[in-house]
Design a protein around this ligand. Sequence first.
Ligand code: HEM
Length: 224
Amino acid sequence: MNALKTLSTRQVLHLRNVLFVLALLPLARLVLFVFLDKLGANPIEFITRNTGDWALYFLTITLAVTPLRRLTGWNWLVRLRRMLGLYAFFYVFLHFTIFFWLDHFFDFQEMWKDIVKRPFITVGVLAFALLIPLAITSTNAMVRRLGGKRWQWLHRLTYVIVPLGVLHFWWVKAGKNVLAQPILFATIVAALLLMRILSHKNRQQLAQLFFRRDAGAGLVEESK
Ligand code: HEM
C-alpha cells in the first residue's frame, strides 16, 4: 500500500489513460446493445436510465477523490479528478440529449413544459445547468484566468450538484417505490460531504491554533 503513496508522473499518466478507456466502456456497451438490438422493450428508457446511472456514478466518484486522498495519503488521486468530473458531465450531457432528442424530438417548448411540470426533471436540469460552468472552467487556462481562489469557490458547486443528482434519482425511484439504491447513494454522498465539512473545520481549527501560536511568538519577540 505504501508504494501507492508515491506514484511517479509516468505511472499516474498511465493510470489516467487506462481510466480514460475504462470510462468509455459504458458508452461502448450501449452502442453495442443498439447494434445487437438488446435494449429491451423500451430502448429510450433503457438508454436514459443507463446514462443517468453512469452520470451519478461519476459524480459520486469525483466527490470521493479528496476524502479518499486525505484518508490514504494518495495525493496523485487529485490528478485524476478533472477527467472524472468531465466524464460525469459527458454522461449527464448524453442523458439530457437523449431526453431532449428521443423524448421531445428537439421541441424546446414541449421540453420546457415537462421541466416545469415534473419536479424530478426540474432538479435534474438544475444539476445539469450548474455543471456547465464547471466543465467550461475545467482547463488550466481557465484556472489561471479566474485565479485559484475564485476557481475553487466556483467548483464548490459540486457540493450542490451531487446532492441534486441524488434527489433527482430518489424522485425517479420513489415513483416506483424502490428506494434501496437512492438510500445507498444518499448515505454515501452525505458521508463524503460530512468528511469534507469536518476536514474543513479541522483545518480552520489548526489555522486558528497556529495563528494564536504565531501571535504568541510575536508577543515573545516583541517583549525581547
Ligand atoms: C446531474 C444531473 C443528473 C443525474 C445525476 C441524473 C441521474 C439519473 C438517474 C440515476 C436516473 C435513474 C436511472 C435508473 O432508473 O436507474 C435518471 C432518470 C431520468 N433522468 Fe436524470 N439525471 C440528471 C439530469 C437529468 C436531466 C437534465 C434530465 C432531463 C432534462 C433528466 C431526465 C431523466 C429522465 C426522464 C429519467 C427517467 C425517469 C424514468 O425512468 O421514469 N435527468 N437520471
